[in-house]
Design a protein around this ligand. Sequence first.
Ligand code: GMT
Length: 383
Amino acid sequence: MEQIKIGIVCYPTFGGSGVVATELGKALAQEGHQVHFITYSQPSRLDFLNENIFYHEVEFRSYPLFEYPPYELALASKMVSVAMNERLDLLHVHYAIPHASAAYMAKQILKTQGITIPVVTTLHGTDITLVGKDASYEPVVTFSINQSDGVTAVSEDLKRETLEYFKITNEIEVIPNFIDLEKFKKQKKDHFKKAICPEGEMLIVHTSNFRKVKRIGDVIQIFYNIQKEIPAKLLLIGDGPERVHAEQQCRDLNICHNTRFLGKLEAVEEVLSVADLFLMPSEKESFGLAALEAMACEVPVISSNTGGIPELNVQGVTGFMSNVGDVEDMTRNALFVLDKKNLPKFKANALNRAKEFDISRILPQYESYYTKVIEKTRVKALG
Ligand code: GMT
């Protein structure tokens, strides 16, 4: 396949959309494409050297007049300069707000210079389900999705929700989240397991950015119920606004000795390698990348049945799903999965399911989508 020069715009911080964008960029570079990341700081998973990867930092100046520095303008300006100087073939923006509207502005500026550049927008979740729907953003989100030359969503459910809540005139292609099974695989970490679970306790893990939508309170409550029945430990990875409440809940339930908050960890796969169960009781979840990472490390998932999770977690096979907030059902299911007779089968099933989302299967979908969008834009420009 011919080399494509792609500008990738994303949030560089911890969070699913940034992880997907960074891993996609890395994989595209390995395939020989040229990838230019455009963000306000180095993406946290951009941890490897490749001659095809470039990083362009968006600098935005403050000024006493600006209570809120206009990041979107600085981003659009940076997209213009990178597209012109690096002769990009395509801009791929992850998370609609404000990346899709900044890309639209960049596209219009480039047009005045005689440059036509297609924009692909990937919808990740809260840019549609929470923030995007809000009246303060909705008109801009609708407009910029409709003005994109290509739009992808990470699950069928997110596509459905986008079409339900916004007046979309564009086609939406579903390209699911993916996983690099070379990186996310069960590693031998017996010493670590022994240190955390010295009495052979079951190890339960949760990873998130600790926002309300993740229902950390349910994670703690489910764990509390589990450890009343069987010896178990809970590890929580990540950080965010709900952490203080979660810590208080652990103190109130007197389970601090069995619970550890690990904060923002880079090597999540090392912890997942020794986990027995992953909890994801989210209020909303467009796909559930964190659950896929767990499954790749042979960890079954107890989750809610919201959003795109049913497109990943297979009921009674890779774990179980319950209605949002039904912690009693989640507890019953967790105890069933953790039963020593059942656990090995669930672990094997989790890995098998994860294999269906291996990057080697999903990357070609992005490549052919890029080619289609570039060609469509070229034909359109020719009039
Ligand atoms: O809330 C998060 O988990 C972060 C958020 C993001 O956009 O950074 O994640 C969303 O995108 C991920 C990657 O596509 C999906 O796997 C997550 O399900 C989705 N989160 C939500 O919908 C809440």
